[in-house]
Design a protein around this ligand. Structure first.
Ligand code: ZN
Length: 310
């Protein structure tokens, strides 16, 4: 049973958990699920659709929700990098008041992993003694960062993103213009490919980048176009990581022709080293906002040349 089905069932039987934690990687649809649920909980005329329930979209409450003025829902939006204790206190107070027009009071906490310890402790009290007809929904892409005591008091809904054929099938369903998607590393596709899957132009750039990268490997580093691509295309570093990872996986699946390397002596050790320096560059860029991006990418490029030359 999928999450929407299960939650619909719990909703109809009036045994919805008071605290719900939606966990999953970025882009996996956590916010879509949370929005579907908060809309459902505010709607006055819930509709049955196939095997799950859905907000009607046109009752008074739904219209208020759409204009972001529905009074019985609160989305915590922290103005700093972390969710502080004051934010949580604000939401606790909100939940303690009785609902204005809805049957439920709902609070949505995106990026729950950014809660400070004090904030998490303040939330714990509410989780331990929930007010009637209140539902708190936490969203996180990094459940490891949450206090275990918080996690254990929530009903966990973990989203596993589609991968491979399933993802391609879904992308094709939602975008019929994708006719040549078969060429995109079928079987290795995952959620991080979604931009390529949904945008023809980005898809073309991806294919070209992949060709450049493979050429770079085959010519033992003698292809400067790779550096240029890295410095000019915002997706390039992510693609570099992805393609290298796919090359590693393809080595364990000899029957899978990920790419024709013309019997080049590309070894697992070379691929592992490449993957290592790519990951490091990625980490550096993510961790330090002040870092000189051009410099990091140049360093990466020269490290990669050293590795493929050897
Ligand atoms: Zn409605």
């Amino acid at each position: 049973m999928n999450h929407q089905q299960l939650l619909s069932q719990q909703f109809s039987q009036k045994r919805l958990p008071h605290a719900i934690l939606i966990s999953g990687p970025k882009g996996s649809g956590k916010h879509v699920l949370a929005e579907w649920l908060t809309n459902l909980l505010s709607c006055n005329d819930v509709q049955q659709q196939a095997n799950f329930l859905k907000a009607c979209g046109h009752c008074k409450n739904c219209l208020l929700t759409r204009s972001q003025s529905y009074p019985d829902h609160l989305t915590l939006q922290s103005h700093t990098a972390t969710i502080g204790v004051d934010d949580i206190r604000h939401s606790n107070l909100f939940l303690q008041k009785t609902a204005h027009i809805g049957q439920y009071k709902t609070v949505l906490i995106p990026n729950a992993e950014t809660m400070t310890i004090a904030a998490a402790n303040a939330l714990l009290k509410t989780l331990e003694e929930p007010t009637a007809d209140s539902v708190i929904i936490l969203i996180t892409h990094d459940i490891e960062q949450l206090l275990p005591t918080v996690v254990s008091r929530c009903r966990l809904f973990s989203i596993q993103p589609l991968a491979g054929e399933q993802l391609i099938a879904q992308a094709k369903n939602s975008n019929s213009s994708l006719s040549n998607i078969e060429k995109l590393d079928t079987g290795f596709v995952n959620i991080s490919h979604i931009q390529e899957l949904e945008d023809q132009q980005i898809y073309k750039e991806y294919l070209q980048f992949k060709e450049t990268y493979i050429d770079f490997i085959l010519k033992n580093g003698k292809n400067k176009a790779l550096l240029e691509a890295l410095q000019t295309n915002q997706h390039a570093l992510r693609w570099l990581e992805k393609i290298t990872c796919n090359l590693q996986r393809a080595q364990h699946l000899p029957e899978h022709s990920y790419v024709d390397l013309n019997n080049s002596k590309l070894t697992a050790s070379v691929l592992n080293q490449l993957f290592g320096v790519i990951i490091n560059a990625n980490k550096t860029l993510k961790q330090y906002a002040q870092v000189n991006q051009q410099f990091v990418l140049e360093q990466l490029f020269f490290s990669m040349i050293k590795i493929v030359k050897s």
